[in-house]
Design a binder for this molecule. Structure first.
Ligand code: PMP
Length: 377
């Protein structure tokens, strides 16, 4: 009998993708496959219109008044590198949480920023008083919206309104929340927000977005420069958006896919579904002896990522058992966020992370709980 596969690693990338994504990609690659903003023929205009629609729908979903402040990138990592390296220089004071992903910490280390990790408790809850005490003199706060290890949501709106009073730039890594949590970019006073299309939005890998405030769009240096198809009579970088930050041919099949995914996500109860699953997993896992649920005890203040640390048994053995015996795919280890594990008390052993998706079934979740129980026997 063929073994069923149960995908519980949607925090790494969603699978399956949103309805319509495969068809939209295929349509671009087979029917429309020309470049954008380069050719003066009708198919190029059609592709241009799809790119504009993707920008517009993204702006609508994330509360950005001007779609030109939606910058398409190769993914969250690229977008985060753009915001960090375009804004900060060696020695600049930066505040981060203690849960940041290496997509944030490695660029900060690379440019030799002077970063301070705001304290969190052992469940990943941000210490707002510590943040306030260290805010003075900072150039930017770079903060994950939700930890990819424990799912704890950080108070990004409160941080932004406090940081604004001191003129500090607010840059958010929304890799784990875009498409699931409500984000109101302009109203919240963020300066930059980065995410990928392939996770919560359920589009394809190789595409991400960087949302920019007007003030940051003016001062941010572009990380990449080159052809844009616009003002081609000059060798200078165009000063206007989005061209200032979008050199080279974009991921056009990815943008077609994003359009389909945005349509799907905006019409379906993605957050309700994922949080119901998360509640089911939290309840089931925390009732088992022999493991520790990492992070907050309920879905309150969490997104859909559930990590556990097996007490007497090896986490890697657990992940191996779940896959080899039950076809359950999880992610085990550090999840590219060593400081998060130090905060949560799971360094160096890491955790086994379960992340369900919009298409995960109740039966699959029941199998996950049964399988973990079998491993613990
Ligand atoms: N930040 C966080 C919190 C993440 O979980 C991830 C993906 N694991 C990233 C950034 C990077 O995303 P991507 O690999 O899509 O660039």
């Amino acid at each position: 009998m063929e073994k069923r596969l149960i995908y519980m690693d949607n925090a790494a990338t969603s699978f399956p993708k949103a309805d319509g994504v495969v068809q939209a990609c295929t349509y671009y690659l087979t029917q429309a496959g020309v470049n954008v903003a380069r050719g003066g023929y009708s198919l190029a205009y059609e592709v241009g219109e799809n790119v504009f629609q993707g920008r517009k729908k993204t702006a609508e979903m994330f509360g950005v008044k001007d779609p030109h402040r939606v910058i398409f990138t190769a993914g969250a990592t690229t977008a985060i590198n753009m915001m960090i390296k375009g804004l900060l220089r060696a020695g600049d004071k930066v505040l981060v949480s203690s849960l940041e992903h290496n997509a944030v910490m490695r660029p900060l280390n690379q440019i030799k920023a002077d970063f301070y990790r705001v304290k969190s408790d052992g469940r990943g809850v941000f210490d707002f008083l510590d943040f306030k005490a260290h805010l003075k003199g900072a150039k930017a706060v770079v903060l994950t919206h939700a930890s990819n290890v424990c799912g704890t949501i950080q108070p990004i709106e409160e941080v932004a309104s406090q940081a604004k009073k001191e003129g500090v730039f607010v840059c958010i890594d929304a890799a784990q929340t875009a498409g699931v949590e409500k984000i109101d970019f302009d109203c919240s006073g963020f300066d930059a927000l980065a995410f990928s299309a392939h996770k919560g939005l359920m589009a394809a890998p190789g595409l991400g977005c960087l949302l920019l405030s007007e003030r940051l769009a003016e001062t941010l240096d572009p990380l990449i420069s080159g052809g844009t198809g616009s003002v081609s009579d000059t060798e200078e970088i165009p000063p206007f958006l989005p061209d200032k930050f979008e050199s080279g041919t974009p991921n056009l099949s990815g943008i077609y896919a994003l359009n389909a995914a945005l349509e799907f996500v905006s019409k379906n109860p993605v957050k309700d579904k994922i949080m119901n699953d998360t509640a089911f997993l939290i309840d089931g896992l925390s009732s088992l002896d022999g493991l520790r649920l990492v992070g907050l005890e309920t879905t309150e203040g969490r997104t859909g990522v559930v990590s556990v640390d097996f007490k007497e048994k090896d986490n890697a053995d657990a992940a191996y058992f779940l896959e080899s015996e039950f076809g359950i795919m999880t992610r085990c280890g550090m999840h590219c966020a060593p400081s998060a594990h130090k905060t949560l008390g799971t360094f160096p052993q890491g955790t086994v992370r379960f992340s369900s998706g919009f298409f995960t079934t109740k039966e699959e979740l029941e199998t996950v709980l049964f399988a973990v129980g079998e491993f613990l026997k």
